[in-house]
Design a protein around this ligand. Structure first.
Ligand code: GLU
Length: 316
């Protein structure tokens, strides 16, 4: 659906001028932020601040095999260098395991054990990006005898029993999106809470009512909104924003060249120049103009956001 804007409206009907709602940026501390990530963070900040919301940072560090020590702090430092500010201390997912456990207890009637391969489960649990095929339902209707026998060979993951539910979400850039809810993994077979559970529990916990993130996560929104409702929470409003891509049109990555703040600083391009570059890509500034997040906030108009991917040609 990315790229299709039928019915799109950038009128944020849940505008929170009372200061009670919040937006957020939720990086995984597995790699340095590149200019595409920084642009998404700036957009999340602009959407939140322009609607009177608080702005929060969440460190999504549950996938311990991929987390790099100190990376969360470095990401925070990079965001601060651009002038992106947060209203309270970061929420750190590895410190909230009890909350995910409580949610699993609440959802107990809507889950089932899944014994499918580690690879399939790891895909669903640790890779929020990219289109993960919907779960084919292999373990959905196992008998108790099947499960007893399989438990002897493998610890089960826990999946959502969606029962073919269909959910509509409102996206400020993509309009109303209706999709079938997937039987996503909620707890991996090593016991780790999965991305789709943690993101929903934490957004609800933090009062996040506006989720702005890359449009690669648009396919996850319906399932997450459905989960929020099962947990008794109102789903947020979404804005899935276009990604940064390399010259070949593939999602930008560190291997594409100087795309992180430290790499660009080494080439003589400081944080304010990087902010300027991002602002130009958003049609919020002219090339070479000095800007601050505050200036960009005055100019920000979601209706006028470029809707296609940002093609980044890194400096040599
Ligand atoms: N942690 C995810 C990422 O690094 C973002 C998840 C979300 O925003 O819902 O892309």
């Amino acid at each position: 659906m990315p790229g299709s804007f039928a019915g799109a409206s950038t009128d944020d009907r849940s505008t929170s001028r009372s200061g009670t709602g919040a937006g957020r940026y939720a990086p995984s501390p597995t790699a340095e932020l590149h200019v595409g990530n920084l642009r998404t963070a700036l957009l999340a900040w602009l959407f939140a601040r322009s609607t009177g919301r608080r702005f929060l940072l969440r460190i999504e560090d549950l996938d311990t095999a991929r987390v790099r020590p100190g990376m969360g702090e470095q990401q925070l430092g990079d965001l601060a260098a651009l002038g992106i500010t947060f209203d309270c201390k970061p929420v750190v997912q590895s410190q909230r395991l009890a909350a995910y456990q409580d949610a699993l207890i609440t959802l107990a009637d809507r889950t089932y054990e899944c014994f499918c391969s580690r690879r399939e489960i790891a895909e669903a649990a640790s890779a929020p990006h990219g289109s993960v095929a919907p779960y084919p339902g292999t373990c959905r209707n196992l008998t108790e005898a099947d499960r007893i026998e399989r438990r002897l060979r493998r610890q089960p993951a826990l999946r959502l029993r969606a029962d073919g539910a269909v959910q509509t979400v409102h996206d400020l850039l993509h309009g109303d999106i209706t999709a079938e809810v997937d039987d996503v993994v909620l707890r991996r077979n090593d016991g780790t809470p999965a991305y789709n559970l943690a993101v929903v529990v934490d957004d609800a916990f933090s009062g996040v009512d506006q989720v702005v993130r890359g449009d690669d996560l648009l396919p996850a929104a319906a399932t997450q909104a459905f989960l929020a409702a099962l947990l008794g929470c109102s789903p947020p409003t979404y804005a899935h924003v276009p990604l940064a891509v390399n010259a070949e049109g593939r999602r930008l990555a560190k291997r594409d060249g100087a795309v992180t703040l430290p790499d660009l600083a080494a080439l003589g391009m400081g944080p304010s120049s990087v902010l300027g570059l991002i602002a130009v890509s958003l049609d919020l500034a002219s090339p070479g103009e000095g800007v601050t997040p505050g200036i960009l906030l005055q100019r920000f108009d979601p209706e006028r956001l470029p809707r296609g991917p940002w093609v980044v040609i890194p400096k040599a």
